[in-house]
Design a protein around this ligand. Structure first.
Ligand code: NAD
Length: 321
């Protein structure tokens, strides 16, 4: 049996940092090659500096390491994408096509490409948003994700490429900062809370959005990728649910641990993006096809975020003293 050799593209990002660690636990460090356009502060070898818009560099990396699977995480996210829509479209689509084309040419075993709740727009039902519904996204990021989902289906149907995908909700983690999305507040808020600072939220207090704790997001990714091929019946991207909450509900939950914590609300352009997104997700297909079940709710997630970030800032404080 040929051993899996995995390339993670965008490994320094919010999800990549956590995914890399878990993939290396499962497959062994040397079987998982990290890559990104910038080098991380603490490089965990094997690491390759790779701009995924450069197809020749991608081909060279795939050949050099004998890659059999790619996790393609590089993208410009929802809020950042609105600042320069054409650049976001260009990067998201160019890297996607490079990955899909290399995967087809080299006949990779599997590819993972994340979509997002940003694929949905005003016409989709906002509560329990179904797997199959209108996809009329309000952002260039969402448009690139819908296009990516359709191309994933096309490459599967036309070339038999085993591309698997999840529509991640907002991902909450303590390991690294988020990279310019509309749900970033749900991470930033914890950093200020544990440092006993007030937080200014860029969304209105009653903005209900679907979220997921990082451990659940990573477990979903690995469970999807490890599922038998005959179980994978959605070839665009699977809806994935963790929990849903508003900034006010999250603040109240944090205040159970840190009673003096306070939040002000100053909604900006991200409010309009959030208003076009689902409030909760129906992930019945994922539950049915590969037995998805989240483990973290608002209270469990809040407890671990406060604990981990408190430890992190205490260590930082000790180091800088
Ligand atoms: P991030 O912005 O934190 O990380 C993206 C990484 O890609 C960065 O390290 C960046 O340096 C790298 N990158 C950018 N351009 C590159 C290029 N040309 N070549 C190689 N690397 C490049 O993003 P993330 O939050 O980790 O998201 C990862 C994926 O998951 C993205 O596709 C995103 O759309 C999707 N997603 C994320 C969330 C979330 O809440 N974080 C939600 C839904 C979907």
């Amino acid at each position: 049996m040929i051993k899996d050799k995995i390339l993670v593209i965008g490994a320094n990002g919010q999800i990549g940092t956590a995914l890399l660690k878990q993939l290396r636990l499962v497959h062994g460090t040397n079987a998982v090659i990290a890559s990104d356009i910038t080098a991380p502060k603490d490089i965990q070898e094997p690491f390759v500096l790779l701009d995924a818009t450069n197809v020749l560099a991608l081909v060279e990396t795939v050949h050099r390491f004998g890659i059999t699977q790619i996790y393609h995480l590089a993208a410009v996210l929802s809020a950042k994408g609105e600042l320069d829509p054409l650049r976001a479209w260009d990067l998201n689509m160019r890297t996607l096509f490079n990955v899909f084309e290399v995967a087809r040419e080299v006949k990779l075993d599997k590819v993972f490409f994340p979509s997002s709740i940003a694929a949905f727009g005003d016409s989709a039902p906002q509560y329990d948003t179904p797997q199959t519904t209108f996809l009329d996204p309000s952002t260039v990021y969402g448009i690139s994700k819908v296009a990516g989902e359709n191309w994933a289906g096309y490459y599967h149907k036309r070339y038999g490429l085993d591309i698997r995908s999840l529509r991640y909700p907002g991902v909450i983690s303590y390991q690294s900062m988020p990279g310019g999305g509309t749900t970033d507040y749900a991470v930033e808020i914890f950093h200020d809370a544990v440092q006993h600072k007030p937080y200014t939220c860029f969304l209105k207090e009653d903005t209900l959005l679907p979220m997921i704790y990082m451990d659940d997001a990573i477990r979903a990714t690995l469970e999807l990728m490890e599922a038998p091929v005959e179980n994978i019946r959605v070839r665009s991207s699977y809806n994935l649910a963790g929990m849903s909450f508003t900034p006010a509900q999250l603040t109240a939950e944090i205040q159970r641990h840190l009673p003096d914590f306070s939040v002000q609300y100053q909604p900006d352009f991200r409010q309009m993006i959030a208003d076009s997104w689902p409030k909760s997700i129906d992930d019945t297909a994922a539950q049915h096809d590969w037995y998805w079940k989240p483990q973290f709710d608002l209270s469990g997630m809040t407890q671990i975020m406060i604990q981990k970030l408190t430890e992190k800032y205490q260590q930082k404080h000790l180091i800088t003293q």
